[in-house]
Design a protein around this ligand. Structure first.
Ligand code: NAD
Length: 330
């Protein structure tokens, strides 16, 4: 298939592009490199461009004759979205509208969209099912819920069909450490813990230790980025064959506490780094875990890397390589 991947030079996008390449798909990555990297695109062609540039986007669609679009480009930092909401609505909603319009104009009727567990806000029930009400509590989550709604409405009024994948906590890296999380200021727990183990940060903050959970710290559902890549490929096949739109959670269906993740990071790295317990962050639910039955039942997704130690080991190999490369740069 010929596939356009927006944000394909970023952390998750680069793993999906690699997986599509291994399948033999023809890939064009569209990325403004605001957070992505040229070296992370292991397959296909990179077009350096912004989704706000409708004229370039039109040219790429005209030349590309794509069978499908995977839309991963977005601004992704929750705290920043609270400080700069309009930037998030512009990039995540306004630019998604440009892209969906281009899909309709050029008759690309299959879209896979990167959504997030942040659309649920603080869910009433955990594990959370896809039909829970969407009550995002920050502009980032709201922007993703808006795009889901836009896709739903467009799907009802046109031949476009889509799958929105609501990712839980994505972690881990390519098994050969070729690509991984390269955000300098990444906020994801496993990355931050590993960078603390490497001495890049003085200490790891744990936000809140008085939650109603077994060890008092928050519980999250961590999914390996390569299992997520598999989910995208199955989603693509699902829309291609059945021409039905769908929404699926992507997680393993159980969680680990922050305290447990920190212990496992110390065990895998063999490094005992300093940890500081601080106040809760506003809006952090005590537990956020996916009910992942629908994606297994409807598209046959089966996790292959459902093992926290493996997730941490692959991320650790990547972080060591990233740090060494940084040190050798002028
Ligand atoms: N990382 C997670 O745990 C997580 C969880 C839930 C959802 N998601 C979603 O997954 C997707 C990918 O996230 P990621 O962690 O790989 O982030 P990332 O920042 O590494 O990747 C996003 C990519 O999009 C590009 N981009 C951003 N705005 C653009 C624009 N206007 N035009 C062109 N390119 C643009 C960036 O340069 C970057 O390469 C995002 O949509 C994010 O909301 C991520």
């Amino acid at each position: 298939m010929k596939i356009l991947v927006t944000g394909g030079a970023g952390y998750i996008g680069s793993h999906i592009v690699r997986a599509l390449g291994e399948r033999g798909d023809d890939v064009v990555v569209y990325d403004n490199l605001s957070h992505g990297h040229r070296w992370a695109v292991l397959h296909g062609t990179l077009v350096e461009g912004d989704l706000g540039d409708r004229s370039l986007l039109g040219d790429v669609f005209r030349k590309g004759r794509f069978d499908a679009v995977m839309h991963m480009a977005a601004s992704i930092v929750v705290d920043e979205s609270v400080r700069e909401p309009l930037e998030y609505y512009r990039n995540n909603v306004g630019n998604a509208l440009n892209l969906i319009e281009a899909c309709l104009s050029f008759r690309v009727h299959t879209v896979i969209f990167s959504s997030t567990a942040a659309v649920y806000g603080i869910p009433d029930r955990v594990p959370v099912k896809e039909d829970e009400p969407l009550r995002p509590i920050n502009p980032y989550g709201a922007s993703k819920a808006m795009v889901e709604r836009m896709l739903e409405d467009v799907s009802a009024s046109s031949p476009l069909r889509y799958v929105a994948l609501r990712y839980f906590n994505v972690a881990g890296a390519d098994r050969f450490a070729r690509i991984g999380q390269a955000h300098r200021d990444a906020t994801h727990l496993i990355t931050v813990a590993l960078r603390t183990a490497l001495g890049e940060r003085e200490c790891l903050d744990i936000f809140g230790s008085d939650y109603d959970t077994p060890d008092g710290t928050c519980i999250r559902d961590y999914i390996h980025v390569d299992d997520l890549a598999d989910a995208h490929i199955l989603a693509l096949e699902h829309v291609g064959k059945r021409r039905e739109s769908a929404v699926f959670n992507c997680g393993y269906g159980y969680g680990h506490s922050v305290g447990d993740v920190v212990k496992r990071v110390k065990k895998v790295t063999g490094i005992d780094f300093p940890v500081r317990y601080t106040e809760r962050r506003p809006g952090d639910p005590p537990a956020l875990v996916a009910d992942a039955e629908r994606i297994k039942r409807e598209i046959g997704w089966r996790p292959r890397y459902d093992d926290l130690d493996y997730i941490i080991e692959t991320a650790w190999e990547w972080e060591k390589k990233r740090a060494a490369t940084l040190r050798t740069r002028p």
